[in-house]
Design a protein around this ligand. Sequence first.
Ligand code: HEC
Ligand code: HEC
Length: 344
Amino acid sequence: MKQILLILMLLLVAGPSQAAPNGDRLYQDKCEACHGKNGRGGVGVPLSLPAFQRDASDEFLKKTIQHGRPGRVMPAFMNLSEAQLSALIKTLRSFVDQPLKPGKTPATIRGNAARGSKLYAGNCTGCHGAQGEGGKGTGVTFSRPRDAEIIAPSLRNPGFQLAASDKMIWQTLAHGREGTPMPSFLKQGLSEQQISDLVAYIRTLEPRTPTHAMEPVPPFLHAETEDTLEEVLEAVKKAVVAANFRLIRVQKFEQGMVKQDTENPDKIIVYFCNFGLLNKALAIDPRVGLFLPCRLTLVRENDKITLYTMNPETVSGNFNNLELEQLCQQMRATYEAILEEVTL
Ligand code: HEC
Ligand code: HEC
């Protein structure tokens, strides 16, 4: 009996919470679905390439795991303990049999961003986009057979800017990422100073996050009119069609939420869609399905009708994708035109 008690106590003291985290299991649980078995790549870029591992310091890996790449597919894993992060990094390191020696990097990296900007335009835009926004899409387009092209990451992404040191960027530019389309620019004929200029320029790319927006984006767009609900509804239908949308349906706002025939008659929602626009948006990122089709809510209160719609720009703010941002700006302008048309 005493022995059993002793074993029980030992188990309690050295229970599973005390065990060192298992990096392999963490990787299988949290990363493998995207980055593939042993980091071979899949939806996520390969993590097993010796050239990537040479560039990526433990600090870079840790910050990338913790902060992810906001707006791209790479999630942020904010709740991992230091011990779990270390175990994961050890597992990532085990994917490479023979680590490459780091290439030469200058002791201090001092570049001229204006010169870097010209070099960027001449050498990088084709893959990383005119403003460092990365290859087409938000990383979802990484879904691909394993041997398909690896899409260039966004360099203005706040997660990347936070995780990457100047030295890491210098090293990547100078020596390239063998096994991916990213070339070595020393081999392409740039000088060490020109590479430092490029690093300086990349540092000027402002991360695009909602907190960095120049002006706050209102979450809703709205307009008011003193016409009757019936008149406003007819005007909305006309304006929507005139703006090249197809009317999908008109329903009481509360339909399906409360018992039939008890829905508030003063709250109406109009659904409409432009299938060309829809397909364009979905091609950029399937997650925009969250706010499509378009809808407009009409509310009657004190003999006034208020029209509300969600501002598409608040959504694109979460995606950090210039293409989507432009589309959502265009959508906001269209919504505003419809509201104006209806309430003028
Ligand atoms: C839902 C898919 C997904 C999951 C889950 C995921 N990643 Fe990623 N990861 C990506 C994508 C896509 C990228 C490329 C980011 C970009 O396009 O900017 C990426 C990028 C990275 C990078 C940067 C690579 C580089 O070239 O700089 C690291 C490091 C990384 N992931 C590690 C991890 C680890 C470790 C885990 C698990 C804890 C994980 N990822 C989970 C999709 C994922
Ligand atoms: C032919 C296409 C191509 C060109 C041209 C190119 N890149 Fe890349 N670049 C890539 C790809 C693809 C990756 C991702 C490699 C990987 O998965 O490890 C990458 C990775 C990078 C990274 C590391 C990002 C990360 O998340 O780890 C930096 C920094 C970078 N490129 C900067 C540049 C700059 C600056 C130029 C111009 C001087 C340039 N690239 C030119 C395709 C390209």
